[in-house]
Design a protein around this ligand. Structure first.
Ligand code: ZN
Length: 271
């Protein structure tokens, strides 16, 4: 072996060893999944009001794009009647797009799923409830009371992060203009519940808020988690503009990822 070839073999050996040790010591920059990391179930109602179905359709497209590369599996249903608890429990997260479990069996299955560590991300009318809803557990779960009032028509709103020391808001600006939506207030509001952490609210600079239906004052949380459950509720979800803004899109992805990562069986992103 000539001197040059011996040097080349030595250098190649050093390079291989250093690459291997970098991977073994966990310093490698990415971990690549060999298969889908988790399953999500998206639920919506095609018969809902037009502006809600517009959002639902775009949301399905938005989340579908996030499955590219088969990082996770997304199933879509228009009826939770097909999902008893035994099926629901295989999903890491349920995404409710302007829809809520209807009827005794669906409600009981959902309740059992959430009480046993299930994950939930709900948008807009998924949390709508009034005196006709008659499902006290749902208010306990949401951490708020009944629907109280809303702005009309849908419009953009200046929103503020209530905390940026949370994984969902850490990478967001302190305030941003959320795309046009109808926003709901609740009575009592979620901030009055000690189990709730509010993440984003409509800025008080928006008051008076609305042109036909005008909200004049009040605490106006729009994104929160009930810390007793693996859940986040987001009040956005009306019309066809919800996904035009990168900041809000990032909020949606952060919320989704945070819920999924807290699976009681372990963080799927670390597998
Ligand atoms: Zn609406």
């Amino acid at each position: 072996m000539t001197k040059n070839i011996r040097l080349l073999v030595l250098l190649t050996g050093i390079l291989c060893c250093s690459l291997l040790s970098a991977q073994n010591s966990g310093e490698y920059a990415a971990n690549y999944a060999r298969g889908p990391r988790f399953r999500a179930l998206v639920h919506y109602e095609p018969g809902a009001e037009e502006a809600h179905v517009q959002f639902d359709t775009q949301a399905i497209g938005f989340f579908r794009k996030l499955t590219f590369g088969e990082g996770w599996i997304m199933d879509v249903t228009t009826s939770l009647a097909d999902y008893p608890y035994e099926k629901l429990k295989d999903y890491n997260i349920i995404i409710s797009l302007n829809a809520a479990p209807a009827g005794k069996e669906q409600r009981e299955a959902f309740e059992k799923y959430m009480e046993n560590g299930g994950g939930w991300m709900g948008f807009h009318a998924s949390a709508y409830n009034d005196s006709n809803t008659r499902w006290s557990w749902y208010n306990k779960f949401l951490g708020c009371g009944a629907f109280y009032c809303n702005n009309w028509p849908p419009q953009p709103a200046l929103v503020e992060c209530d905390t940026r020391e949370h994984d969902v808001t850490r990478s967001l600006p302190q305030s941003f203009v959320a795309p046009a939506s109808e926003f709901y207030q609740w009575q009592p509001g979620p901030r009055e519940n000690p189990d709730v952490q509010v993440l984003v609210s409509i800025s008080s600079k928006m008051y008076p808020f609305g042109l036909k239906d005008v909200v004049k004052y009040g605490d106006f949380p729009i994104v929160w988690t009930n810390k007793k459950y693996r859940m986040i509720y987001l009040n956005m979800g009306h019309g066809d503009e919800a996904f035009i803004d990168a900041t809000q899109n990032l909020l949606f992805i952060n919320a989704f990822r945070w819920i999924v990562s807290r699976d009681p069986d372990g963080d799927p992103f670390k597998k």
